[in-house]
Design a protein around this ligand. Structure first.
Ligand SMILES: CC(C)(COP(=O)(O)OP(=O)(O)OC[C@H]1O[C@@H](n2cnc3c(N)ncnc32)[C@H](O)[C@@H]1OP(=O)(O)O)[C@@H](O)C(=O)NCCC(=O)NCCS
Length: 397
């Protein structure tokens, strides 16, 4: 059943057996690797075959044929929409883009040099105070909140970028898709169809990924019956780290440091010799190609060719070859999104916020699923500290 806490034992006997196993066994290896913490029908990651499914639909199929809005519907409702249902969701997502004026005003007070993910985290948190449904945890109210959250993420990201540059934020348009409107607000003018489609595909690919760190954070928070805003703020906090969503920004900084394709192999060797990781490689679940990276590799090549700027793609290819040879590691979702986003014109420190725009759809889907069949998520720690210590008064220490 969806939404259960860690361990799916349902009877008291099973639960205490599970408890004994968990408390007498040293958790190896760490990081909850391969631990099944919840059941979920949303997203299936097959790490051996390199397959990713949203409600049974292969990600490469969705990337080739769907749109971000349709994918959002799929994640929230568990099936593809009819034409009318899709039109209704599109209209709803478009109508909710404007930020409450108080939130925009407060964003204007933030320091210009503030880290974009911190601005995003704070702005999303502020939104809850201006949401009339905030305290209502019924599914209908939570779907309305999810619509507002997904709609407003691009507006926040574009506004923070304008404000830090001392410009007036560009007001959202209702006649554009979410991807087209994001680019329109960021750059102040509509982008051509191929760029909009590239952005849309990138959003589809990043929308959900099972129980990744940020989604887990969202579900743990939702499982306490805290509100949806609290859950997604927890998720944004987890996404920020360089081992998770923060990796795409680090990837581009690395490509810049390498500077040209012929330096990639030497750079990679030096990094490994120094015991450093190469961002954008490796994954907790995939032991083969990450299917999202396969689509993004091609997307990065295409946008590079369309813009007459393939250097970042070329460096990326060389790094990928070198990392594969040296360590046998595969590129993950963050690797080729970096070069693609750069060529599209997205500022490097907005790469992770753009990831968050997309992943908001997955976080909200998981929060809805968690509430639908909730049990507090409360695992145990393998205690390694001392026991039976005698308290010594401070004067005697
Ligand atoms: C994603 C990631 C956190 C998964 O971590 P994990 O499942 O805990 O895997 P580990 O970090 O234990 O890695 C296993 C081995 O591969 C190595 N490895 C994993 N990713 C590596 C990378 N990007 N560069 C170099 N070595 C790497 C580790 O050093 C470790 O080697 P060891 O066994 O000799 O110590 C990890 O691969 C990583 O840090 N990647 C870079 C950050 C990144 O791109 N994050 C985005 C993920 S979508």
């Amino acid at each position: 059943m969806p939404g259960q806490g860690i361990g799916s034992a349902s009877t008291i006997a099973q639960r205490s057996e599970a408890y004994n196993v968990m408390t007498t066994t040293t958790p190896k290896p760490g990081g909850l690797e391969d631990v099944v913490a919840v059941t979920s029908a949303i997203c299936d990651v097959d790490g051996k075959q390199g397959r990713l499914l949203y409600y049974g639909f292969d990600i490469s199929d969705l990337a080739a044929r769907s749109t971000f809005e349709e994918t959002v519907y799929l994640l929230w409702y568990g099936r593809l929409p009819t034409r009318d249902e899709l039109d209704a969701l599109r209209a709803d997502l478009a109508a909710n883009r404007t930020l409450p004026p108080e939130v925009l005003r407060m964003m204007g007070e933030f320091p210009r040099e503030a880290v974009p993910m911190e601005v995003l985290r704070t702005a999303v948190s502020l939104l809850s105070m201006y949401d009339e449904d905030d305290a209502d945890n019924a599914r209908e109210a939570n779907v309305r909140k999810a619509v507002r959250l997904v709609s407003r993420m691009p507006t926040i990201v574009a506004a923070l970028h304008a404000l830090r540059e001392g410009r007036e934020p560009v007001a959202p348009r209702e006649d554009l898709s979410l991807a087209a409107n994001l680019l329109y607000m960021l750059f102040g003018q509509e982008q051509d169809e191929t760029i909009v489609r590239a952005m849309d595909v990138a959003l589809i690919l990043h929308a959900d990924h099972e129980l990744n760190a940020s989604t887990f954070a969202a579900r743990v928070t939702a499982a306490t019956l805290a509100d949806m805003y609290s859950a997604v703020v927890a998720a944004i906090c987890a996404l920020k780290g360089p081992l998770h969503g923060g990796a795409n920004e680090q990837v581009f900084r690395m490509l810049q440091a390498i500077g040209s394709p012929d330096r990639a192999a030497a750079y990679t060797r030096e990094q490994f010799a120094a015991g450093k990781k190469i961002m954008g490689f490796g994954h907790r679940v995939y032991r083969t190609d990450d299917p999202r990276a396969t689509v993004l590799r091609e997307l990065s090549r295409q946008v590079g060719e369309d813009h007459g700027d393939t250097m970042w793609y070329d460096i990326s290819r060389q790094v990928e070859t070198a990392v594969k040879q040296e360590k046998g590691l595969y590129a993950n979702v963050d690797f080729y999104s970096a070069s693609a986003y750069h060529v599209i014109g997205i500022p490097t420190d907005l790469f992770t916020p753009v990831f968050a725009i997309s992943r908001m759809s997955g976080w909200t889907a998981h929060v809805l699923e968690q509430y639908a069949n909730n049990r507090l998520i409360r695992p145990r720690a393998d205690y390694t500290g001392p026991r039976d210590q005698r308290y010594v008064p401070i004067s005697e220490r």
